[in-house]
Design a protein around this ligand. Structure first.
Ligand code: GLU
Length: 479
């Protein structure tokens, strides 16, 4: 599709755990690269020292790996793939812009800037920086700079904005986008007082030097793109192609997914901790703002790589539906190798003190209904908690006609059973049916309630096998 070799990147700021929105950005860049045989780069954007989180980088990469995403270039294998290690590189280009007069030192203090903003707000104006040198003669400028330096003020570097210009691009997702230079907010900072470049500057230098061909990211970055185009122009570089993926909406609140939403799991770490299968999470994320042709929703990573088409990235918001995630995980668990499900549930059962010789049986029993590994624990209450207090529904079943008859007939059969296994228990229901003439719900419901204390649950003959003969006989004997 492109003449240039496709090179894309995921450029996280290590300010916290891997959020589903960032994971989506990584995943689509990964699919994009793998589909076209391009290169997938990971670069760490750690110039915001205030929001820097120790360990943020490691946890980002670890969670991406868990999802099944791999990459070709990263700080692990390539030098200077962290922005904090590239300060000399940015300095070179900042100096170039200062020398050509496209950028300048700005001595306005944070207090002055805040007071400007306040005034603008009072006058219902959009916040914008007012060039401090406007109206000064060269001598006045020199005197101003000297005075500021003498006062110990460290300058920032700002880039000149052409307020009359338009910054436009053909967005892979959104189509033609056009920003007016007048709406940028005035000359903006490319180097902060602490010597670090700002994101909008560093990102351009990096994307250019790393020969990034396509920048695919979340649409929270769309207002940054005109600023970045400005830097490309100032440095005389060709800009990559941009694509801004739509925001992710909470299916319940119908608002932008917020880290404060409590009805959804939003961090990849959460899914790992709760025992979701990574390929289910991968599959789920791949549908946040993208759909292939057709109705099918379950695709392996390889299939998604094959199917990926950037033209099918959706223009309308992606809906984050936790129920769908759980359904998908359930599907993946159901079809997984049983050995894998044993491994999946084991840590949770261990923690609950329930990882005993029944482990395999229990994993197999619940495999068809599990939505996550963690869910195994409450489901196994039936085997480890004392017989429950009966609820209304359960009492009603036991009060039904013929309930005692079937329970006792079944108990007699069980008692006589030599080889007590699930497979041998199953046919006993048929035998009791012919013997008593009671069938269907009226047959198995009373037995279920008597054995488990509940009207719902996994397959009865398996529950009985796991509970053991002695315990089941005891329970049925009560009715
Ligand atoms: N470091 C930016 C972020 O985490 C990435 C920006 C970009 O992709 O250009 O949001």
């Amino acid at each position: 599709m492109t003449e240039k070799k496709l090179r894309v990147r995921y450029a996280p700021s290590p300010t916290g755990l891997l959020h589903i929105g960032n994971a989506r950005t990584a995943l689509f860049n990964y699919l994009f690269a793998r589909h076209y045989g391009g290169t997938f780069v990971i670069r760490i954007e750690d110039t915001d020292r205030e929001r820097h989180v120790e360990d943020g980088e490691r946890s980002q990469l670890e969670n991406l790996r868990w999802l099944g995403i791999d990459w070709d270039e990263s700080p692990e294998t390539h030098e200077k793939y962290r922005q904090s290690e590239r300060l000399d590189i940015y300095q070179k280009y900042i100096d170039e812009l200062l020398a050509s007069g496209k950028a300048y030192y700005s001595y306005k203090t944070p207090e002055e800037l805040a007071s400007d903003r306040e005034k603008q707000e009072e006058q219902h104006q959009a916040p914008h920086y007012i060039n401090e040198y406007i109206g000064m003669t060269d001598d006045e400028k020199d005197a101003y700079i000297l005075a500021r330096k003498a006062a110990g003020i460290t300058p920032t570097v700002r880039i000149h904005v052409n307020e009359m210009a338009h910054y436009a691009w053909d967005d892979i997702v959104k189509g033609h986008v056009d920003f007016e230079g007048g709406n940028i907010g005035g000359d903006w900072v490319i180097q902060k007082a602490d010597g670090y470049p700002t994101y909008n500057f560093a990102v351009v230098v990096d994307d250019h030097l790393m020969e990034i061909s396509h920048v695919l990211r979340g649409d929270d970055h769309i207002a940054n793109t005109p600023k970045q185009l400005m830097v490309y122009e100032a440095l005389g570089w060709e800009a990559p192609q941009f694509g801004h993926m739509t925001l992710i909406m909470n299916s319940e609140t119908h608002k932008k997914l917020s880290k404060r939403d409590t009805n959804t799991l939003q961090f990849i770490e959460d899914y790992r901790e709760k025992g979701y299968l990574p390929e289910a999470v991968f599959n789920f994320i791949a549908f946040l703002g993208w759909t292939p042709e057709g109705e099918t929703e379950i695709f392996s990573k390889d299939e998604l790589v094959k199917l990926f088409d950037e033209k099918r990235l959706s223009k309308s918001p992606a809906v984050f539906d936790q129920k769908k995630m759980d359904w998908l995980d359930g599907e993946y668990i159901k079809h997984a190798d049983p050995e894998r499900i044993v491994d999946l549930v084991k840590p949770y059962l261990e923690k609950a003190g329930r990882a005993d010789d029944k482990l395999k049986e229990i994993a197999a029993l619940f495999q068809p209904q599990l939505k996550s590994g963690e869910e195994i624990v409450p489901l196994t209450d039936i085997f480890y908690e004392p017989y429950p207090e009966l609820g209304d529904a359960e009492k009603e079943v036991l009060a039904g006609e013929g309930a005692t008859t079937v329970i006792q007939a079944f108990r007699a059969k069980l008692e006589a059973l030599q080889d007590y296994t699930a497979d041998n228990i199953l046919p006993l229901f048929k035998e009791v049916q012919s013997e008593t003439g009671i069938k269907g719900k009226a047959l198995w419901m009373p037995i279920r309630v008597a054995a488990s204390g509940l009207v719902h649950g996994p397959e009865l003959h398996i529950i009985m096998a796991v509970l053991g003969k002695e315990e089941v006989l005891k329970r049925l004997g009560k009715y």
